[in-house]
Ligand binder design. Sequence first.
Ligand code: XIL
Length: 380
Amino acid sequence: MKTKRILSAVLAVIMIMTVMTACGEAKPEYAYDDEAPSLCEAYADYFNIGAAINSWDLTDETTDRFKLINKHFNTFVMENETKPDQIHPKEDTYNFDATDKFVEFGEKYGKTLRGHTLVWHSQVPNWFFEDNGEQASADLLVERMKEHITTVVSRYKGKIDTWDVCNEVLDDSYGLRLSNWLKIIKDYDGDGDRYDFIEIAFRTAHEADPDARLIINDYSLESSTDKAITMYNMVKKMLEEGVPVDGVGLQMHVGIDMDVEKARENMKILARLKEINPDFVLEVTELDMSCYGWGNNDLNIDFKSIEKEFNAKYVELFNMLMDLSEEGVLDSVVFWGFNDGNTWLNGFPVEGRTNYPFLIDADLKFKSAFWKVIDLPEKR
Ligand code: XIL
């Protein structure tokens, strides 16, 4: 009898201890929790981890959103406010307020900052391309482009570390996109290629801040080998001519059905630009993972039904990115947002559709994918 009682007492103690340990190890629910581990700290040996934000994320340092971004990310970019239509809406008007605030935040907390973007066919005001109702001449457009780049880059010299100098200059048939920049500036120096607006943009940015890292940024480079090769050939030629391109940015708006091994191969193609410039880098600049596969226009998905698949793909992707970091070709991975409540994918490419592309949900709670991804560096 006595032994039985002792045994049940011991069992009870063990059970209580087990419950207590389990409670003690309970994972924090909210991504801004003081006790929560930091994503960028976990990846410190591999690459910086960043997020696209908006100036309203920075207005109050006591908010959960602010705590969250400051904790998990060491690199930042503005989602829209540094784009030409916002920072330079009219020829004689610059709006620096938002980007100034962004830079102040970056300096205060020692963050690496990216400037997005100087030359793009989208979110650029028409005044750049017009002259008294007519199309601007090549000379005028070059002059305006130089003025824009010089003003913006020199204002943030030594403060914005990296610029997406040109964004999306390639089109979907793997040639140069027929943007207004290309249409008007064409082969400006008469040397037979039409990379001139890109070359002028990079040279001007370099003059304005010789220490800034200058990136050429594009989408689908991870999924289209043709596009990756076109990018490789173009940048190779520019590097051989001494154009100061420091790296290629892969936006990586990927889907749950992405082919990670193909992405690895394509990134390796681009990384061969190191043969010409040993310091050449790759960056992931706009990562988000749509829960809908490519071309799937379903209106709404139940996230729970694809959660496992989503987690597995994130794990596969981050393992591949760490491999590339070990090979010395990748040092920055930036998400295009930071929580499922604020993502351009809740409206693109299908209006009114909800998406769940990140590791943190719309209530700022950790998703199960977060715990899988944050554990990876330690497991290697
Ligand atoms: C998107 C923003 O997220 C949206 O808020 C805006 O309405 C349109 O632009 N590639 C880019 C980014 O380089 O600048 C885009 O950002 C997403 C695609």
